[in-house]
Design a protein around this ligand. Structure first.
Ligand code: SME
Length: 159
């Protein structure tokens, strides 16, 4: 068991420490499932106020559930549908302050109030998305997005 205890005074420091811990966890490991599983665990343990953190993979043009922490979730999501599907289709980060106001939001866990989804792109190919949900409205601000973008870049190389 790895014991990464991240305690940071501010968000930029928190995400810098998180990126370093993620790099250390991944190391030279080439197995995508192992790296996604450890990343989901690390994010879940390191960021406060989450109710879901994990991955959907691009499997033949459809998002299919990958390693995660939290409640069991929807297995398949079409591109363009819900927050994850829009992130996959547009390849743009989706940061949603109120999921109930997002057209087509898929309520896998009714506790979710806000969400951030980052596309994972390598060499022009969409590999999947990183989805992080919170029971707190507007949980994710610009600093969270800025901190998570490098995390998504590390992950895109490791899955
Ligand atoms: N809320 C997501 C679905 C995935 S779960 O929350 C894990 C969405 O609308 O894309």
């Amino acid at each position: 068991m790895y014991d990464f205890k991240i305690e940071a005074a501010d968000k930029p420091t928190l995400y810098r420490d998180l990126a370093q811990a993620l790099e250390a966890l991944i190391g030279d490991e080439p197995d995508a499932v192992a790296n996604m599983a450890n990343a989901a665990g690390l994010i879940w343990e390191s960021l406060p106020d989450l109710n879901w953190a994990g991955f959907y993979r691009n499997v033949g043009g459809e998002l299919v559930l990958g390693p995660f922490q939290g409640r069991p979730a929807c297995i398949r999501i079409a591109f363009g549908t819900g927050v994850c599907g829009v992130a996959a289709e547009t390849r743009q980060v989706q940061r949603v302050a109120d999921v109930n106001a997002f057209p087509g939001h898929i309520a896998c866990d009714s506790a979710s109030r806000s969400e951030i989804v980052l596309p994972l792109v390598r060499d022009g190919e969409l590999l999947g998305v990183l989805d992080i949900d919170s029971p707190r409205p507007a949980r994710f601000d610009e600093e969270d997005e800025a901190g998570l973008r490098p995390i998504a870049e590390i992950l895109a190389k490791a899955i």
